[in-house]
Design a binder for this molecule. Sequence first.
Ligand SMILES: [Zn+2]
Length: 308
Amino acid sequence: MVKRLHTGALILALTLAAACQDASTERDAGGDAPSVSTQNADDTRVAKQVFGFLPTASDQPSAALGGYARGCQAGAVQLAETGPTWQAMRLSRNRNWAQPETIDYVKDLSRFAATLHGWQGLYVGDMSQPRGGPMLTGHRSHQSGLDADVWMRPPDRLDLTAQDRENISSISMRRDGGAFTNDRWTDEHMRLLRAAASDDRVARIFVFPGAKVAMCDWETGDRAWLRKIRPWWGHHYHFHVRLRCPEGNDACKNQAPPPPGDGCAAAQTWVDNILDPPPPDPEATPRPSRGPLRMADLPGQCAAVAAN
Ligand SMILES: [Zn+2]
């Protein structure tokens, strides 16, 4: 994958795509095969036009349905706007909804974060829409209630008003186009990411390539957690946690696990290519745009989730 991603024109195209975060046509970010669907095979409605306007969760048992970039969620839970060790940000987006497992995970991680020097907890960015599904703006994944963005800005207070949470921004941790971390990056960030990735519930965490290499250089003990830390475009204001399908969610689709090993050599190659881009590959053909997802592209259960 790394080889293909670093081919000339494709890099440019994907870099541009990443400006809207979480480009997910590639394997790592959650692109997956069309789901077999029988309940809504003729439903040509554009899915983001359906899911982008549903204000509340469905009144159904909780379930992640389909894939991270081609799915929806039933019976979602809303993260409390403020808790003892977290605040949800950008409340106007109404994306602080997720599966109960994701909510529990975020709360657990925020409790750990509060033990770090200079951190009162976590500022939690986008999770999913109330019923998941594609969004009118932003992410391509975050559809099945198992993705959560966590700001890299250490919270120094947890009494932000709703308006404050619209106005303040996270802080970038990168320099040189993501090849390196900058002087805002601390050991505490690495302790947080290590705890985040060491949790069994987690499948992957996306961060910019320079951060992955920084953690590869920093870790002197058990390196198993580094396997789940995946370099990706963007992700220098926040990191993105992706949970595995919860137990018993039969209609939820996991991704293939990351390649074996700590992934540090591949991350270093990515960094090298940022610093010294290879010449364009004349053989490279940009992958055609998939166009907006239709309801028929989602698991059949998603029609019922939307109609509930
Ligand atoms: Zn994300």
